[in-house]
Ligand binder design. Sequence first.
Ligand SMILES: [Zn+2]
Length: 448
Amino acid sequence: MLTIKRVATVLSNYQDDAYDKQEVGCGRNCLGNCCIPASTLPLYAFQKEQDDSGEYGEIYPSEEQPKPSFLNLLLEQWADRMRRGLFRYDVTNCKSKIIPGKYGFIAQLNEGRHLKKRSTEFRIDQVLQPFDDSKFNFTKVGQEEVLFRFEQSNDCKSHFLASAPVTAKPNYSPNVIAINVSPIEYGHVLLIPHVLDCLPQRIDHDSLLLAIHLAKEAADPFFRVGYNSLGAFATINHLHFQAYYLEVPFPIEKAPIQRISTEKGLQDTGVIASQLLNYPVRGLVFEGGKSTQDVSDVVANTCIFLQTSNIPFNVLISDCGKRVFLLPQCYAEKQAIGEVSQELLHTQVNPAVWEIGGHMVLKRREDYDDASEAYARRLLAEVSLSEERFQEVKAYILEAAALQATNMKETEVNQAEDKVYQKGDSLSKQRAASQANQRVSYDCMVLQ
Ligand SMILES: [Zn+2]
């Protein structure tokens, strides 16, 4: 088993070791099954795209207020939690600067994020790990840390209800947006899909689509959404995305890209895959598609492939949800086997999605003062897969994406055929598709 020692970032005030577990009934007004069903929590319902079936069965009041700006609402609520003293430090006092050089890396001095000194052992050689009820998870978060629920509206408009009972439908497990109590930047929040379902940190089609909707609804390119897999610096094994607002372009967003000619299955979706050029971390960019769902499905397929192949990765959702960066990485693995230099380890920077994007969160004043482009490049070079390994992984990713896109199309066609002819002849096609999938995962086993 490969592990690394690291100081865990505290994402919620209830994560503290000193937190006393109370008896049933809870009394803490938490996000667990003990408290949520009887609660009233604000609701933001984002507009559905045409042809999507509405997710949430809320009836909206006919006396509507004007449509709120989602991002303003989020930032206002976030600032309200700051006034209420829910954060561990004041991120607005953290110093930031652009590091001189061709990339424009952003350095931030964040001494508060790492106040907790004791390091914990993290297992980093398993991208998929089962949910462990005994460890901290977001059902333990207090409701005061929640800004609102985030659900798909059942009409073509967005709605905000400042107060709405949670028990609108049976077995409802809300998506919540909560503050990150150790913020990196203004408006730093967590998106926790179906919090009561206690899903492990693992991307699936629905959760990635929800995260892309978050970026889309914010409608501002400076509000990005990120994901860290286990083994790629996720701290908590409970499905969550992060997001924050920073009014500077990220170096990764400015990096040149080269379009990859892809197999037919991918082209049919209209999704364009490109490769980052001249950026210290090798990665792929997905954009285009006829709908938000197209690009989301392709990226979800590739993430699922990486997860099942046990390759840690980070995802950055950029440009209002129109571009998604996919970055397989190997830093923690190198750290565990002693291949990362002491100089880099001493800075204790965890290269998660934000650092890979070019926003370096530094804990020590001397590192901030000395921050140079050469340092950022050295760090990110250790994060990146080697050229040889990347090409290998890329080929499998694209094959998986294209193949699965084809399968999805075939399945849709099959369903349509079944409706018309009521025949079972799609079985053989599905069997062939599933054999093809098995071939991919088998080949990937060889990769490891
Ligand atoms: Zn409770």
